[in-house]
Design a protein around this ligand. Structure first.
Ligand SMILES: Nc1ncnc2c1ncn2[C@@H]1O[C@H](COP(=O)(O)OP(=O)(O)O)[C@@H](O)[C@H]1O
Ligand SMILES: [Mg+2]
Length: 294
């Protein structure tokens, strides 16, 4: 790096400043965004924002475009028309500061890789984290892995082969892998899939704690809102090629969902606090067919 002439040095960014990207006020902002796949508009006019430290669920029926939304945040699909900003940059530019857990199924029972090695894979190919001068790289990485295992409560079983662990334990290790580089944004695509209800609630509570302690923004794709309802800040509900965002009880209401689906939907409040959505069509709507005179 060349030296700035004396006098202007105060305004010249130091090497340290350049290594630490400026923290934008919001983690994700979509404005009237649309995306297309295979010649079809998956959703359009989608506007929402996610602030630092906020826990937001992405809900909606199968095929509504929830995974597509996560991929658009990662810049794997273009947003057009409309605009998107992720950690203050165009989608894709800040991916080194994002932790991503793709939609998946469980590990095969024969999977021999240990949890701790799986988490360490999250560090590979990256130089990240707080530099600890004097510590050799391997020891520094071991420390980062140990810290994140502690954070998700997986230290006790991290040395066992992952195939021998329960679904909830595997999920904690996968979240640890997505967190090990201490991202500012965490994208979790159906991390609660295939977990029983107590495990869904415990993962949701873990995610809530991570948001608060680490000021990480989280977008979590879920099928059922009920196990996570009490932990969420807001929801983005995708259906019928559009999205509505807001507080959970504002969005999951008969009026709002009927408007979004363009069909009568009833939201029932069970005595135990659960929300039951009645009349929800599973098949995705296709844009282009619903426009013009009805
Ligand atoms: N690569 C692709 N090419 C064309 N269509 C796709 C592709 N991937 C997904 N789709 C379609 O896009 C829609 C949204 O998919 P997805 O985002 O996976 O839905 P969700 O995660 O909400 O279940 C679905 O109708 C799906 O069939
Ligand atoms: Mg999906």
């Amino acid at each position: 790096m060349s030296h700035a002439p004396a006098g202007s040095a105060a305004h010249e960014p130091s090497e340290e400043d350049q290594a630490t990207p400026v923290r934008a006020a919001t983690a994700v902002t979509f404005e009237r965004a649309a995306t297309r796949l295979g010649g079809r508009t998956i959703w359009r006019d989608v506007s929402f924002s996610v602030a630092r430290g906020e826990f937001v669920a992405v809900l909606g029926p199968n095929g509504a475009g929830k995974s597509t939304l996560i991929k658009a945040v990662l810049g794997l699909l273009p947003v057009a028309p409309g605009s998107a900003l992720v950690l203050g940059e165009p989608p894709g530019a800040a991916n080194a500061r994002i932790g991503y857990l793709p939609q998946r199924r469980n590990f095969d029972a024969g999977t021999r890789i240990r949890g701790i090695d799986l988490v360490r894979l999250g560090l590979d190919g990256m130089r990240w984290g707080i530099p600890l001068p004097g510590l050799p790289r391997r020891r520094r990485e071991a420390k980062q892995v140990a810290e994140v295992l502690e954070l998700v409560g997986a230290a006790a079983y991290a040395r066992q082969p992952i195939g021998e662990l329960s679904g909830g334990e595997q999920q904690r290790l996968l979240i640890a892998q997505a967190l090990v580089r201490r991202p500012e944004l965490l994208l979790l695509d159906e991390p609660l899939d295939s977990l029983d209800l107590p495990n869904q609630a415990s993962i949701a509570s873990l995610v809530r704690r991570i948001c608060q302690q680490e000021q990480v923004a989280v977008l979590l794709v879920a099928h059922d809102i009920n196990p996570i309802l009490s932990y969420l800040d807001r929801v983005i509900y995708l259906a019928g090629g559009n999205a509505i965002e807001g507080r959970p009880h504002e969005v999951i209401s008969s009026e709002t969902l009927s408007r979004l689906y363009g069909a009568p939907i009833e939201v029932l409040h069970a005595s135990d606090g659960r929300l039951v959505v009645v009349g929800q069509p599973e098949a995705p709507f296709v844009h282009g067919d619903r426009h013009g005179p009805a």
